[in-house]
Ligand binder design. Structure first.
Ligand SMILES: NC(=O)c1ccc[n+]([C@@H]2O[C@H](COP(=O)([O-])OP(=O)(O)OC[C@H]3O[C@@H](n4cnc5c(N)ncnc54)[C@H](O)[C@@H]3O)[C@@H](O)[C@H]2O)c1
Length: 399
């Protein structure tokens, strides 16, 4: 079993999230040998900015570097499938950003390739790795909430509120045909399946596009940038700004979620509540060190994240003592720590504790059902019947 400091990695993409990946890898001691940008010149500028030794000229150049054992894919969504494919074919472990692919055909292909390869494969549903979310999964599993009956919540952001806001995510060929659902809804849907240990079986979805024409700047734009460009061209928008979805879970529980990229003031607000027959549990990503536990016949509780007061999984994800706030960037350290334990042993554990390509694929199947339901205006099943048994998924999602 090798330590992270003995393992070499490279990162594709050096935008908002590629930078977070690199910083988390450094905290673990992983040797980040280089990065790949959209062009060699842009890559060189990013390598200088982040302090990475090398900018590769191409993916082929990166994969020629024998020191690189793990490749992180943080490029725009349309590149995930071809890049992850090439990485696996070159015999390297892969950590891919969500969504895993543009379509469920692509994600199914990646699940099969990863299984054949025997290599470590992870999808970065990092929100699972807030320590309190790991703890919630344990609370539900040990019966503290009783039978889960209702799962509700939202994921709201405001960075696409104005018609002048622009990003590659708005172009279906780059981001996918679902936008708010694929970009942020996928996190919420994955998270509640993880915390409850229950898969979503049916959905009834309503998708709405409130800004049908946006102004695309003629120059490049950074994710979450609020700068207004002087020169723009009008672009028609076909993907959803807002989604409202009713859910049914495999145990009969009901759910409801609202997803929006147009909620003024909500920068990155993910909330969920699980109402069970014995207790309720609620978590808010903007107060991530606090968990609300609701009781009918006793005073409600606020659990402040504290390794001494959480189960084993919560403890494993925590880096700091209670009262020393952990946040978004810390979840990357926690999820990569779990992934690199498997990399250190050379292959995926029988029951990986991090989300795998199988989980990324299952999320794509839920997305397919959301799109079909919105199109047809009716309840739609998540079609898993034709899938090969996804043992890894079963193991990682079920309690
Ligand atoms: N897990 C999370 O919390 C989280 C958060 C944000 C984004 N993401 C995901 O990460 C990915 C990137 O999002 P972002 O917000 O960082 O976007 P971004 O636009 O900030 O960065 C994308 C990067 O990819 C690079 N790139 C573009 N084409 C490339 C190519 N052909 N080869 C190599 N690199 C190329 C760009 O130069 C840029 O550095 C998306 O898939 C997104 O869904 C995940």
């Amino acid at each position: 079993m090798r330590r992270p400091s003995e393992i070499g990695a490279a990162v594709i993409g050096s935008g908002f999230i590629g930078t977070v990946h690199i910083e988390a890898l450094r905290r673990l001691g992983v040797q980040v040998h280089g990065l790949l940008g959209s062009t060699p010149d842009r890559g060189a500028v990013s390598a200088e900015r982040i302090g990475v030794p090398k900018a590769y000229a191409s993916l082929g150049d990166l994969l020629d570097d024998e020191r690189v054992e793990v490749v992180h894919v943080t490029s725009p969504n349309h590149l995930h499938h071809p890049q992850a494919r090439e990485i696996l074919a070159a015999g390297r472990h892969v950590v891919c950003e969500k969504p895993l692919a543009m379509t469920s055909d692509e994600s199914r292909d990646l699940v099969a390739l990863a299984a054949e390869s025997g290599l470590v494969n992870a999808v970065n549903f990092n929100i699972r790795f807030y320590p309190l979310n790991q703890h919630v999964r344990e609370l539900v599993r040990d019966g503290s909430a009783g039978d889960v009956r209702l799962v509700s919540g939202h994921y709201f952001q405001d960075w696409l509120l104005l018609e002048t806001d622009w990003n590659w995510r708005l172009v279906p060929g780059l981001g996918g045909s679902l936008r708010a659902v694929g970009d942020i809804g996928s996190h919420w849907l994955d998270l509640v399946a993880f915390t409850t240990g229950l898969r979503i079986t049916e959905v009834m979805a309503d998708l709405a596009t409130f800004i049908p024409v946006r102004r695309e700047p003629t120059g490049p734009v950074e994710t979450f940038s609020t700068e207004r460009a002087a020169e723009t061209v009008d672009r028609s928008i076909t993907t959803e700004d807002i989604a409202t979805i009713l859910l049914r879970f495999e145990n009969g529980a009901r759910g409801t979620v609202a997803i929006s990229q147009l909620s003024a003031g909500r920068k990155n607000s993910l909330e969920y509540e699980i109402d069970g027959s014995a207790a309720s549990i609620a978590w808010d990503s903007e107060q991530p060190d606090q968990l609300w536990i609701g009781h009918r016949e006793a005073a409600n509780e606020i659990l402040i994240r504290n390794p001494a007061l959480m189960g084993a999984a919560g403890q494993a994800a925590a880096a700091l003592p209670g009262g020393h706030v952990e946040g978004f960037a810390d979840t990357f350290r926690a999820i990569f720590r779990a992934v690199y334990a498997d990399v250190g042993s050379g292959r995926p554990a029988e029951h990986p504790v991090y989300p795998t390509f199988a989980d990324g694929h299952d999320e794509m199947l839920v997305g397919d059902a959301v799109a079909a339901s919105a199109r047809d205006g009716r309840w739609t099943r998540v079609e898993r019947a034709q899938e090969a048994p996804l043992r890894v998924l079963e193991d990682s999602v079920r309690p």
